[in-house]
Write a protein that binds this ligand. Structure first.
Ligand code: CP
Ligand code: NVA
Length: 333
């Protein structure tokens, strides 16, 4: 079956113009919400939200966006449906495609999201896979534009942490498409896969993006407007990975010193969340007991500082996901 053009599976499926159009729509929808002039464009639509992994922001953003726009949602969690247990993705897609107007999918392998789109006949939106996190990127770039004065192409951002993970890969590719200055600071063992790096360089040659992958944290952040980090061990990885990652990633932890090493006065801190920045969580306490850490990828003082724009990012998940839904299914579009 033909993939629905309103699908969003990974950033690579979009060109710069399409990405910018989604961001512009998100901005319009955000303004309409603030002014109380939002017009429902999804009245009577039914959306399936599949979550094979935990979520706070993505789930809530899809739900609230759907309700604000007049759509109904059905939540399919990690257990309780037949998906992947007694029914294949291809069969599930064909069933859901007969009942729903669109499907959100958060899961493990990107191939599952792509297969859903191949068989469903309705738009499929990737709400995070092990490889990519495209809806997060829309929120992040919108947030960067809100906190920058010049053109997007002049913006420089640096991801520090596990460079192989979904957020790092997505940031690298998104910046390369948009012609931005994008850096990854990570130990060599945790650099993005070579094919993703190669793709970023190819895109950069066309877009004018500047791409830097380095294992030197100071070099990575020098001149950056935004320092971005993410959990050191992602969902679906082994708990045992912490013992390997902590020593590898400690030099890349975002601290006030690393923020200062950007050399800019207005450098902002970004994180897709959830963040480990203190011992107020079960995992935070465990890391404290095991490694003597008070938080992991970011220090609490940076997380709580004026420079931290993480909750702007979180809010923008709503407006940007709403744009994805309206773009795909909005009445009159
Ligand atoms: N940033 C993000 O995707 O958050 P959730 O895991 O809470 O959806
Ligand atoms: N890299 C993280 C992102 C969470 C939003 C994960 O996949 O767990």
């Amino acid at each position: 079956m033909q993939r629905h053009p309103g699908s969003l599976l990974k950033e690579l499926d979009l060109d710069k113009k399409e990405l910018l159009a989604l961001l512009e729509l998100a901005g319009e929808l955000k303004r309409a919400t603030a002014e109380g002039t939002e017009k429902p464009q999804l009245t009577g639509r039914n959306l399936a939200l599949i979550f094979e992994k935990a979520s706070t922001r993505t789930l809530c953003a899809f739900e609230v966006a759907a309700y604000d726009q007049g759509a109904h949602i059905t939540y399919l969690g990690p257990s309780g449906s037949h998906i992947g247990v007694a029914e294949s993705i291809a069969d599930t897609a064909r069933v859901l495609g007969r009942m729903f107007d669109g499907i959100e999918f958060r899961g493990f392998d990107q191939a599952a999201a792509e297969q859903l789109a191949d068989y469903a006949g309705v738009p499929v939106w990737n709400g995070l896979t092990t490889q990519w996190h495209p809806t997060q990127m829309l929120a992040d770039i919108l947030t960067m534009t809100e906190h920058s004065s010049g053109p997007l192409e002049d913006v420089s951002y640096c991801f520090l942490g596990d460079g192989r993970n979904n957020v790092a890969r997505s940031l690298l590719i998104t910046g390369a498409i948009l012609g931005m200055d994008v850096r990854i600071g990570a130990p060599r063992e945790l650099w993005p896969p070579q094919d993703v790096i190669d793709t970023a360089h190819t895109l950069a040659a066309e877009s004018g993006a500047r791409v830097l992958i380095t294992d030197d944290p100071a070099k990575a952040v020098a001149g950056s407007d935004f320092l971005y980090t993410d959990v050191w061990v992602s969902m679906g990885e082994s708990d045992a990975d912490w013992a390997v990652r902590v020593p590898l990633l400690l030099p890349f932890r975002v601290t006030t010193d690393l923020m200062a090493a950007s050399g800019r006065t207005g450098t902002k801190f970004m994180h897709c969340l959830p963040a480990l920045h203190d011992t107020d969580t079960e995992l935070g306490r465990r890391l404290h007991d095991q490694f003597g850490l008070d938080g992991a990828e970011v220090s609490n003082d940076v997380f709580e500082s004026e420079a931290s724009i993480v909750f702007d990012q979180a809010e923008n998940r709503l407006h940007t996901i709403k744009a994805v839904l309206v773009n795909a299914l909005g009445q009159g579009r």
